[in-house]
Design a protein. Structure first.
Length: 132
């Protein structure tokens, strides 16, 4: 049965909500959310929804700097390539759970490029080269 593409704010809200539920309970990356974001997660989700609405639909409203947030998080708890791979894997499986189409493929591609860029910038902020 063909699944629908991501078409609305409701779709993005579902996606982000389910994705973060998976992240929080994940055995590899969950501690970042439980230990370093538990008090801000409720504030974080609406911002992430706005972020993905801007990426997928060109909607204005997102204000923030995810790169700095992740660089600062890395100073508290080391982010590794394995963490980013798990993030992408959970993102993709959440997308595939309900959707298919152009927006889904765009969301997967953007997540991959963001993850790669974040890991690179985190490594550069540590003063080391990007070697894994």
């Amino acid at each position: 049965m063909k699944r629908a593409d991501i078409n609305s704010r409701e779709d993005v809200t579902w996606l982000v909500t389910i994705f973060y539920e998976k992240l929080v309970s994940d055995d590899l990356v969950g501690f970042f959310f439980r230990e370093h974001m538990s008090d801000t997660l409720e504030k974080h989700l609406p911002m992430i929804i706005k972020f993905w609405m801007s990426i997928l639909f060109g909607e204005y409203g997102f204000v923030g700097n995810p790169m700095i947030k992740h660089i600062n998080l890395n100073r508290k708890a080391k982010l590794t390539a394995d963490h980013f791979e798990r993030w992408i894997s959970l993102w993709n499986s959440t997308l595939d759970q309900r959707f298919e189409g152009e927006k889904v493929e765009a969301a997967k591609a953007k997540a991959r490029s963001l993850g790669d860029l974040m890991l690179y910038k985190i490594r550069m902020s540590e003063g080391s080269s990007f070697i894994q």
